[in-house]
Every structure is written in structure tokens, then in C-alpha cells.
Ligand binder design. Structure first.
Ligand code: UDP
Length: 474
């Protein structure tokens, strides 16, 4: 009889922010399905959000636990304890260092997977002799684009912020403008760039993407940039039950049944889904332009209205007068003010397009269900993701966003209602280019599902990492 070795133990240490936390929880669950003992290490606010899902996993026999890190007592709440998961990008998290260190010393896991925003975690793991793997939550393409800019500084060779330049050395012809670059990458040559990723003490990187989506960029990432990477996505596919999909992220504020039965009443591929993710805020004027544009268009829509710049929860109405009553009466649209069950919505057969801010999770979730996109990047690495969607994969249409800004900053220009209406109608139309996009999107969706099945590329990458980590035990 074979002797039973104890299961490999991996700690997952997410950053508390929707787009970072959600895929890391999925990642921990995915590795548990592969037989790993997964422990999610997080502050109380985020463990509360996921406990129902994890409990279901435990009941089904998976080795997965939530470990709550308690913060030292303080009179002032720390931003990472925020209940709505909106800790700002790069929020300082060293307050967690001592309790995490103690836990790692006690438990000595085989590996620590930590979010790149915990910039101290890599050296802590190295000090304790624990292998650390990074998780950034973005695709290979955006990291290659960023690398090309850092290496060749093409943005320093153009005269103005609106002049396009080509990103040197990449497998495809990719153009950007300086105004679309994140602040950090615009720093003149020679300026040290604050990096969120500690490369030195990092064994490798887990990527939420799959080989068949961006093969040339996976190659570039590994061979040109010298990264040791495992592509194990789309991680959202580990949510197989309706309950998992419904509970993902936050408790949805809407009655799912009414939202889904409204979608049931619509024709296949006829509804445009609109969401700007978990963090970014829009200006009130922009919300009005979107509302008027959607109302003037001939499309049905389901619109998740997130937070508005300068307004906190519960503050006054953000939509134009009478808008909601009109769209509900005509059955043209629905709005969700708060958290939406995005996976359930996206996979509904009536959804024919997704107007997205191009956050990587949302993009990949759309790819997974084969839905083409209207791209409206605003912040973070979203302008790179837009290029992947529209210029490489060719499964989306640009709204025409030109200006990178911080997640809560007022925009300098607005996308006008006429443009919103035109681009929504275009994506939902039956024109030949869009039909081709829809076909391609469906093909990528099939490939995504195959990648995570037994024998698929992502399935094999997860197994390869597990075997590699096990080999260090001998
Ligand atoms: N999400 C959701 N409901 C919402 C808003 C967002 O389920 O109402 C999820 C979405 O499915 C995705 C994540 O939150 O998994 C957002 O991540 P993304 O990378 O798209 O954008 P970010 O929030 O980081 O800007």
C-alpha cells in the first residue's frame, strides 16, 4: 500500500480589493480541487464575504480554510478592513506583517501565494525559508506591453500626449498614446519606479489567463522577460454552482430571481451588460451621458451603477429624472445600484455584449462566456487590456476613451451620449464585423473551458506547479 504523504499546503494571501481578492479566492479553491490544502489568509472583512462559499467547499470534502488575521486594536479603522472591499490600490498593508509572520512560522506551508500589493511579503517569505509565488491578477499581454514601454520608452519620442506611438518588440502592432499610460510608466527615463512586485524573492508568478488566449505573449513573458509563470485561468470557472456564482464577491443587492427572469424575457444576444467593476468611480455627468445614450439607442441593457465621484453610499439620486421609471415601463432596461452577480448575468443567453472598463477579471469572464465587448478603459492597466481585446483578439469595439486617470479622479473629458448610443448599437447589431467578433468570442469561450478541464493547458500548468513544489519535500 502506498504511504500517504500529507497534502501540499499553500497559503493564499490576497489584497483586499475586488479585482484582487475575488480571483485569489478562486485560485485557492482551484488548488484545493487539485488536492492541495489551501489556506486563505485575510483580514476579518474579507473572510466574512467568502465564508459561505468556503463552507460549501469544506462540506464537499475539499481541504480549504479561511484564516482570519486580526489587526492590532486601534481607534481608527484601517482601510484594509473596509467591508466593501474597496481598499485603494497600493494601500499600505505592513500592519498585517507581524500576525502573518507568526502564522507562517507556526505552520511553515510549502508555498505562499501573495498579491503583489503586499510588497513586503516576498522578503518575509524568503526570511522564513518559504517559497513565494506572486499573483498580479493581470494577463501576460499587459505585462509585456508595460515591459516594452519600460525598456524602449517610445512615449518619450513623441511630441504630444495625444500622438500615437508603437510599442517596440511586441508580436503585434500595438499603438498607444502617452495620455493612455498609467502615471508610473510615464516617469522620465532614469526615474526609479516604485514597484509593487518584489522580483528577487519570488519563485514565479501565477497568471489568471490561459495559453490559447495569448500564446505569443505567454512566450514573450517567459522567454523575453524571463518570467517563470504558470497560467491557470480562467479561475472564475471554479465557480460551478449557481450558489457560488451568486455569492461571489459581495452579497448582491438585487433579487437575482427578478433580474434573471427579466433577462429570461429577452431574446438571445439582445441585452448589453454594463459594468465598471468594483472600484472605479464615474463622474455624475458621465453617468447622465451614459443614461441618455442608452435611452436613445435601440438596445436593451442591464446597467450596474457603481460609485460616483464625490458621493458616498446612500446619497442622492445619480440618474436623470424619470430615467428609471421610463426604462422599466418600456422594458428596455434595468439598473442595479450596487453589487451584481456578474457571473450569473454574463452567462445568461440573452447577454449579447458587455460594455466594460476592461478590468482583467471582467474581460476574462466575458471571454469565458464568449461575449464580445465595448471597451471603455479608465485606469490601472485597462488601456493595455483594451488593445488585447480590440487589436489582438478582435472581439471588441472601442468607445474611444483617451485619458488614463486614477480610479477616483475627475475625468478631463466625457464620452458623449451620441457616442455611447452609436457604439452600443454597433456591438449589438448584426453587421458582418460584429458577427465575426461574436464567432471569435464564442471560440475563445470554448477554448477557455477546455483549458481548465482535465488535460487542458491551465489544468496541466496547475498540476505542474504542484508537482514541482512537492519535489522540494524530498
Ligand atoms: N464584480 C461583481 N459584481 C459587481 C462588480 C464586480 O461580481 O457588481 C466582480 C467581477 O465579476 C470581477 C470583479 O468583481 O470578478 C472586478 O474585477 P475587475 O478586474 O473586472 O475590475 P476591478 O474591480 O479590479 O476594477
Amino acid at each position: 500500500m502506498e504511504s500517504e504523504a500529507p497534502p501540499l499546503e499553500i497559503f493564499f494571501f490576497p489584497f483586499v480589493g475586488g479585482g484582487h481578492l475575488i480571483p485569489m479566492i478562486d485560485l485557492a479553491r482551484l488548488f484545493a480541487v487539485h488536492g492541495v490544502k489551501s489556506t486563505i489568509v485575510a483580514p476579518p472583512s474579507s473572510t466574512t464575504v467568502f465564508h459561505k462559499t468556503i463552507q460549501r467547499d469544506q462540506e464537499s470534502g475539499l481541504h480549504i480554510t479561511l484564516h482570519t488575521v486580526h489587526l492590532p486594536d486601534s481607534d481608527h479603522p484601517h482601510p484594509i478592513t473596509s467591508l466593501d472591499m474597496s481598499a485603494k490600490p497600493m494601500t499600505e498593508t505592513t500592519i498585517l506583517q507581524e500576525p502573518v509572520k507568526k502564522l507562517l512560522q507556526e505552520r511553515k506551508p510549502d508555498c505562499l501565494v501573495s498579491d503583489s500589493f503586499h510588497s513586503w511579503a516576498a522578503s518575509l517569505a524568503s526570511e522564513l525559508g518559504i517559497r513565494r509565488i506572486g499573483f498580479q491578477g493581470s494577463c501576460c499581454f499587459s505585462q509585456c506591453a508595460q515591459d516594452s514601454i519600460r525598456r524602449y520608452k517610445p512615449h518619450e519620442k513623441v511630441a504630444s500626449d495625444s500622438d500615437p506611438f508603437v510599442l517596440p518588440d511586441l508580436p503585434d502592432h500595438i499603438e498607444l498614446t502617452r495620455s493612455q499610460l498609467p502615471f508610473g510608466s510615464k516617469a522620465p527615463s532614469g526615474t526609479p519606479r516604485r514597484s509593487s512586485e518584489n522580483q528577487e524573492n519570488t519563485y514565479g508568478i501565477l497568471v489568471n489567463s490561459f495559453l490559447e488566449l495569448e500564446p505569443n505573449y505567454v512566450k514573450y513573458f517567459k522567454e523575453e522577460m524571463g518570467k517563470r509563470a504558470w497560467l491557470v485561468g480562467p479561475v472564475s470557472l471554479c465557480n460551478t454552482s449557481a450558489a457560488d456564482k451568486a455569492d461571489r464577491g459581495q452579497d448582491s443587492i438585487i433579487d437575482q430571481h427578478s433580474c434573471l427572469s427579466w433577462l429570461d424575457s429577452k431574446e438571445p444576444n439582445s441585452v448589453l451588460y454594463i459594468s465598471f467593476g468594483s472600484l472605479v468611480r464615474l463622474a455624475q455627468e458621465q453617468i447622465h451621458e451614459i443614461a441618455h445614450g442608452l435611452e436613445a439607442s435601440n438596445c436593451s441593457f442591464l446597467w450596474v451603477i457603481g460609485k460616483v465621484i464625490g458621493q458616498e453610499k446612500g446619497s442622492s439620486e445619480v440618474l436623470p429624472d424619470g430615467f428609471e421609471e421610463r426604462i422599466m415601463r418600456s422594458q428596455k432596461g434595468q439598473v442595479i445600484k450596487g453589487w451584481a452577480p456578474q457571473l450569473l448575468i454574463l452567462e445568461h443567453k440573452s447577454i449579447g455584449g458587455f460594455l466594460t472598463h476592461c478590468g482583467w477579471n471582467s474581460v476574462l469572464e466575458a471571454v469565458t462566456v464568449g461575449v464580445p465587448m465595448v471597451t471603455w478603459p479608465l485606469s490601472a492597466e485597462q488601456f493595455y487590456n483594451e488593445k488585447l481585446i480590440t487589436d489582438v483578439l478582435r472581439i471588441g469595439v472601442k468607445v474611444g476613451s483617451e485619458e488614463w486617470r486614477s480610479w477616483n479622479q475627475e475625468p478631463k473629458t466625457l464620452v458623449r451620449r451620441e457616442r455611447v448610443a452609436a457604439v452600443a448599437e454597433r456591438l449589438m447589431s448584426g453587421d458582418d464585423v460584429v458577427v465575426e467578433m461574436r464567432k471569435k468570442a464564442k471560440e475563445f469561450g470554448e477554448k477557455a473551458k477546455r483549458a481548465v478541464k482535465e488535460g487542458g493547458s491551465s489544468f496541466n500548468d496547475a498540476l505542474a506547479l504542484i508537482e514541482e513544489l512537492k519535489s522540494f519535500r524530498k
